[in-house]
Design a protein. Structure first.
Length: 570
């Protein structure tokens, strides 16, 4: 190569000397040209690709999050509003009766469902009771919230989870749990799926329980008393093949109800499965003629009037015919009877004559003063209104005197009897516990003297040889009481073989603390009762069994003091 054509050599000489022989040279001042390795170049390209992909994914993620937040907000607008946790219920001693548990409920967002047919088909296998056509229509709509199933069992919840279908969601919901099962069914009642009270205390006190202001509400009920009352009523119902039974135990001085039972009963956690008859509360909603238990009120009325004394008496030797009716005695003595004998022998004739002696208008006014024309203000939704004859005639007073022609509920009667035996103070029955020292509203309806006299007569019914309530006697507890047997009215007619046999008891009779009422609906006579199904053979011994069990629970100490001579002996 010639010097003129050698770039290196050409570069060593002045351009002027070799202008023709050397090609032009371009000089790059202070720069370096670098050639990149091919492997490193590929790595850079891959990294750049990943960076671009990341930027694209991040942008999409932000878009999705923004969309779903809007969708969630829209869906939240359609979700059921969460309510305050419903207050728990406890008995007077703090024993839990009703609490709240969280359960899983299934709902769907139709906008998120990919395949409606698949979703409906698979859900129907888990929940066979679902109405498929209706579900398909709902899941094909534009709403963002549709209930599928409430209160799922753990097994059903897991089965839905296993489907893995989009658009199905679970929501935790508080549910009422009735800790004691059926034991207080008619007292507590029940709620609907949205925790709204539908029966019993749950309905009557719905606003209070759902307000969120209280976490616990204490009832007057004593769980031990409630168990004993229910057990004994169930046993007697079975023994006498009765179609139903009811019972009440109430504090005679405060009106606090310690036990209230109606049989048959139901599971308050699943009321939809109950027989309609089981949902009927015989203790508060059932109204019927009370029979001879009303003679407690008749005698109190007569004695308190001052026109009748314990030394008074009436001719009960012949039936009375009045207003197309014949009034006779079930066990007729066919003679003149003193007031104590009228009560102990349960004379209808003597009771009717005693009322007429005092006055028809005064008799009606007395029963009204005892609130027997009105519903009692008990804290359950199911409270029956008395059936009061109108107009009130002379024959009305005569038949009502021995418990026929007027119908009231058991709680109505217990309220009136408590007033008669507690010294004459009318108190309102309540299912809520009074706080220590809290004043009990009351008003006087009879004198303390009359109250004492009636208590003595009630004790006679249980202790006297001729008393109709002998089988209610419980040694050591000074039980007093009165039997009541009434024929049921069916389609406007008395049904002779369908009896309501009841007994109202007080103890201790000298200073009553408790009133106990039991009734058997259509009991049947058995060999041990010589075929009789009347109250003295059925309801009276039931009351005795109840008192035997609850007296120790209520800390009523037995006494060994013998009873004083009976009034009849005096």
């Amino acid at each position: 190569m010639s010097a003129a054509n050698d770039p290196l050599r050409c570069g060593q000489f002045d351009y002027g000397d070799f202008a023709a022989a050397c090609p032009p040279v371009v000089r790059v001042h202070h720069e370096t040209v670098v050639t990149m390795d091919p492997t490193r170049q590929r790595l850079v390209l891959v990294g750049a690709a990943f960076l671009i992909a990341f930027i694209l994914l991040a942008g999409r993620l932000l878009q999705i999050v923004a969309f779903e937040r809007g969708a969630d907000q829209s869906a939240a607008d359609t979700l059921p509003a969460s309510a305050p946790i419903r207050a728990e219920l406890v008995d007077r001693n703090g024993q839990m009766l009703v609490t709240n548990l969280e359960v899983a409920s299934l709902y769907a967002n139709p906008r998120e469902i990919w395949d409606v047919e698949e979703t409906v088909s698979k859900l129907a296998r888990i929940f066979p009771a679902l109405e498929v056509t209706h579900l398909r229509a709902r899941l094909s709509g534009e709403r963002q919230f549709e209930w599928i199933e409430r209160d799922l069992s753990p097994r059903d919840r897991d089965a839905v989870y296993a489907l893995g279908l989009p658009g199905l969601h679970f929501m935790g919901e508080p549910r009422r749990f009735y800790v004691q099962g059926r034991t207080l069914a008619h007292v507590l009642g029940f709620v609907d799926p949205d925790n709204n009270g539908l029966a019993g205390i749950e309905r009557k006190l719905n606003d209070r329980l759902a307000s969120g202001r209280e976490t616990t509400v204490a009832l007057s009920i004593d769980l031990g008393v409630q168990h004993a009352l229910r057990d004994e009523l169930a046993a007697s119902m079975k023994r006498f093949s009765a179609i139903g039974a009811a019972g009440i135990v109430m504090d005679a001085n405060s009106g606090e109800v310690l036990g209230l039972v109606s049989l048959p009963d139901f599971d308050p956690g699943a009321p939809g499965k109950a027989d309609p008859d089981a949902l009927f509360n015989r203790a508060t909603l059932g109204v019927f003629e009370m029979g001879s238990t009303f003679k407690i009120l008749t005698t109190a009325f007569a004695l308190d009037s001052g026109k009748v004394t314990l030394r008074s008496g009436y001719d009960a030797s012949k039936p009375i015919r009045a207003g197309g009716f014949t009034i006779s005695d079930y066990h007729s003595e066919n003679r003149w009877l003193s007031v104590p004998e009228i009560f102990v022998h349960s004379s209808n004739i003597g009771s009717a004559k005693m009322v007429l002696d005092v006055g028809v208008d005064a008799h009606r006014a007395f029963l009204k003063k005892l609130d027997l024309f009105d519903r009692p203000g008990l804290e359950v939704a199911e409270v029956g209104a008395p059936l009061v004859p109108s107009p009130w005639r002379e024959i009305t007073s005569m038949t009502v005197a021995f418990g026929h022609g007027m119908a009231v509920s058991p709680v109505n009667l217990v309220k009136a009897v408590a007033a008669v035996v507690n010294g004459g103070h009318l108190v309102e029955p309540t299912l809520l516990k009074y706080a220590p020292g809290e004043a009990v509203p009351s008003r006087d309806v009879i004198s303390a003297k009359t109250s004492e006299q009636v208590r003595t007569l009630m004790r006679e019914v249980v202790t006297a040889k001729e008393g109709t309530g002998k089988q209610a006697n419980v040694p050591g507890y000074s039980v007093g009481g009165k039997t009541g047997t009434a024929e049921k009215v069916v389609n406007g007619q008395y049904k002779k073989n369908a009896l309501m046999s009841s007994f109202v008891a007080i103890f201790p009779s000298t200073a009553p603390r408790y009133v106990v009422y039991v009734v058997l609906d259509e009991p049947k006579g058995i060999e041990a009762t010589y075929g009789f199904a009347t109250a003295g053979w059925t309801a009276a011994p039931t009351a005795a069994h109840v008192i035997t069990r609850i007296a120790p629970i209520l800390r009523v100490a037995p006494v060994d003091k013998p009873d004083a001579p009976t009034l009849a002996a005096k």
